[in-house]
Structures are given as structure tokens and as C-alpha cells.
Design a protein around this ligand. Structure first.
Ligand code: XBP
Ligand code: MG
Length: 255
């Protein structure tokens, strides 16, 4: 096998979670007596900012408020975000945002082939735990050999920091690994870390700049949900499996 690890992004890649994040943000604003409500249109734009705390902070800066009011609000960002993270986990445990097609299958294929697994995310650790246990079961979290997320690194995506931490923990070279991402910031982070990168955007990220990705598909596909004929022709199979990823990665390495 030409690849030694698959490194998955979390939000948007493992599961289409951003609508659940948006609802969690709005519920937290309500709980903190803030008359903010991020519409889908607003959130589409805010998603260009990596990190929920950073998103809230930049939103505050965009408001027409006196400087001292903005300063007061900045002082409550961490508390608002804690409420949002708690709410997000509750929504995920209630079954929101199931894993995307092909994710559980590809993880199983990697485990059966002895290919290591990593997670590299901007999201908070509590979100990763909630999503993995809801989607893969309590034992799922332990299938990953390396996990790096949120504030564990100085610079969030599009900086390569989380990917570099995962590669270091795995003890592997970027050239032996493949990243799976959904967003422009995520693709840029993975490419800056030197990784062959597959993008599977969602409705939230499909209009972002994914041009640096080595392959863009709308889904990994599955036997029950095969890719359309055009996408299947590009990868030589009805859905993206480890064999297709290894072949694409090998061809890119040989080019
Ligand atoms: C996506 C993000 C995160 C989530 C919100 O992370 O940018 O900020 O939108 O989660 P990734 P937090 O795609 O890298 O997994 O509020 O915990 O940041
Ligand atoms: Mg993502």
C-alpha cells in the first residue's frame, strides 16, 4: 500500500455538521440574552473564519457598537462558546449530523488494511468526541492513532499546524499520507503540510476555493449511494475506496 495513513478533517468531512453548529451558536446567543441570530446566509460567510471563538469575536467586531460595549462582549466570548459547545454535543447525541456516505466504510477499509488514521480539525475536542461516539460508537475514538484539534495549535487552518502535529504523532512523512477535507481553509492547510488532499465539499463549502485539492468529489460514495457516472469514471470505481485513493496517490507521486 503506497499510503500509510488517512487524515480526516472533522466538520464537513466526517459529517455535514455546520447546520448543527449554526443552531448551537444561535441557541447559545439566546441563552446569553444576546439578540444575535446567524442566518444560513450570514453563517455561509462566517464559515470563512476558522474556529468558533474567532467567528464570534469577528462578528462582535463587525457590529456597530461603542468600543467599551465591544470590549465587554469580547470578555464573554469564551463563556458563549462553552455554551455553544455543550449545546452542539447535545444536538449530536440526539442524532443530528450523521456520518457522511462512505466515511465509516473508508475508516473500516483503512483499519483492515493496517493504514493508520488521524483527525486534524479546527473544531473543539468536545465536538470531536461527540461526533465520533455518535457516528462510530464509544470505541470509535480509539481507532484514531493521532488527533489534533482547536486550541492545541497556535495557528488554526489554513495554517498547516494541526496536520503537522498529526504527522509528527504518527511519525510519518506527509508523502505517505492522504488528507480528506471539505473546505477551502482545510484544503490549504493540508496542502501546506505537503499532503495529497481529497476534497468532498458540502453545501456550506462547495463555493469556496478548492482549487489546490488533488481530487474534488461531492461525496466518497458508497455501494448504496454510488457516485454519478462522471465522478465514477474519474476514479475508476462507483465509490471512492482505499484502493482508488492509493492508486491516485501513487500516480501523483510518480508524476
Ligand atoms: C470547522 C470549523 C469549526 C466549526 C465550529 O472545523 O471551522 O470552527 O465550524 O466548531 P474543521 P468550534 O472543518 O477543521 O473540523 O465552534 O468548536 O470551532
Ligand atoms: Mg471541515
Amino acid at each position: 500500500m503506497s499510503i500509510e495513513a488517512l487524515i480526516f478533517d472533522v466538520d464537513g468531512t466526517l459529517a455535514d455538521t455546520e447546520e448543527t453548529h449554526r443552531q448551537a451558536f444561535n441557541a447559545a446567543f439566546l441563552e446569553h440574552d444576546l439578540n444575535w441570530n446567524w442566518s444560513s446566509h450570514q453563517y455561509l460567510d462566517l464559515l470563512n473564519i476558522s474556529g468558533g471563538k474567532e467567528r464570534i469575536a469577528q462578528y462582535i467586531d463587525s457590529l456597530k457598537l461603542p468600543a467599551e460595549e465591544k470590549q465587554r462582549l469580547h470578555g464573554s466570548v469564551a463563556a458563549i462558546h462553552r455554551t455553544k459547545t455543550r449545546t452542539f454535543a447535545e444536538l449530536i447525541r440526539d442524532g443530528r449530523s450523521p456520518l457522511r456516505p462512505g466515511v465509516a466504510r473508508l475508516i473500516r477499509e483503512a483499519r483492515e488494511a493496517g493504514v493508520k488514521l488521524g483527525l486534524a480539525s479546527t473544531t473543539s475536542p468536545a465536538n470531536v468526541e461527540a461526533l465520533i461516539s455518535a457516528g462510530l460508537g464509544e470505541e470509535g475514538y480509539h481507532w484514531f492513532n493521532a488527533i489534533a484539534c482547536a486550541d492545541e495549535v497556535p495557528n488554526k487552518k489554513p495554517a498547516p499546524d494541526v496536520y503537522n502535529v498529526v504527522l509528527s504523532t504518527l511519525g510519518l512523512q506527509a508523502s505517505a499520507c492522504v488528507a480528506l477535507e471539505d473546505s477551502g481553509n482545510g484544503v490549504r492547510a493540508a496542502k501546506a503540510a505537503g499532503l495529497f488532499t481529497i476534497a468532498i465539499p458540502t453545501i456550506w463549502t462547495q463555493t469556496q476555493d478548492l482549487s489546490e485539492a488533488d481530487l474534488v468529489l461531492y461525496s466518497l460514495g458508497d455501494p448504496e449511494q454510488p457516485l454519478d457516472p462522471g465522478a465514477a469514471a474519474r476514479i475508476g470505481a462507483p465509490y471512492l475506496g482505499l484502493a482508488q485513493i492509493a492508486a491516485l496517490h501513487g500516480r501523483a507521486a510518480a508524476a
